[in-house]
Design a protein around this ligand. Sequence first.
Ligand SMILES: CC(C)(COP(=O)(O)OP(=O)(O)OC[C@H]1O[C@@H](n2cnc3c(N)ncnc32)[C@H](O)[C@@H]1OP(=O)(O)O)[C@@H](O)C(=O)NCCC(=O)NCCS
Length: 145
Amino acid sequence: MIIGDIEQALAIQSELKLQNWSYKNFLAEINATKSSLCWVAEDFFGRIIGYMIAQIQYDQVELLSIMVKPSFQRRGVAFALLKKLEKMVSLLVTHPFQGLYLEVSVLNQKALGFYKKNGFVKMGMRKNYYAQGDHALLMVKKDVL
Ligand SMILES: CC(C)(COP(=O)(O)OP(=O)(O)OC[C@H]1O[C@@H](n2cnc3c(N)ncnc32)[C@H](O)[C@@H]1OP(=O)(O)O)[C@@H](O)C(=O)NCCC(=O)NCCS
């Protein structure tokens, strides 16, 4: 992901009505080149159809955002982004790896289905984690190496 991609990422975020990152939030992650991994998926014409943002935190990685444009969902786009992240984790994290972590709303059936299918397991719950009061599941995938 480059700075010029932010407007398209914001448009996908609005279409999905999930998360509320500002332009500055994206910019901060793109500029944090030593700790953040930010990628986009593009269609044949170079238009952004999805993106993923993760942070390396010493011996673990937190998946902050994975979003796919509705018209391109269920075609393996998020799977491709996740596989790329797992590959990079295996190359970059040199300490004993603790896992790939994320939080997801207990109400987000699509994401829960995706994470379960891809080997994430529940490790806890954060009550009233989101602004609307929804609970978050804390999930982890440890066997990515
Ligand atoms: C979750 C999300 C990233 C998945 O992206 P995707 O590109 O459609 O996922 P893939 O095609 O790689 O994987 C598809 C798998 O995800 C799960 N999935 C996708 N849509 C689903 C749905 N509506 N209900 C249940 N599971 C679903 C299934 O396991 C599916 O496999 P299947 O088609 O064999 O049943 C996408 O739905 C999305 O952008 N959702 C909104 C943003 C979001 O919730 N992000 C996560 C925040 S924590």
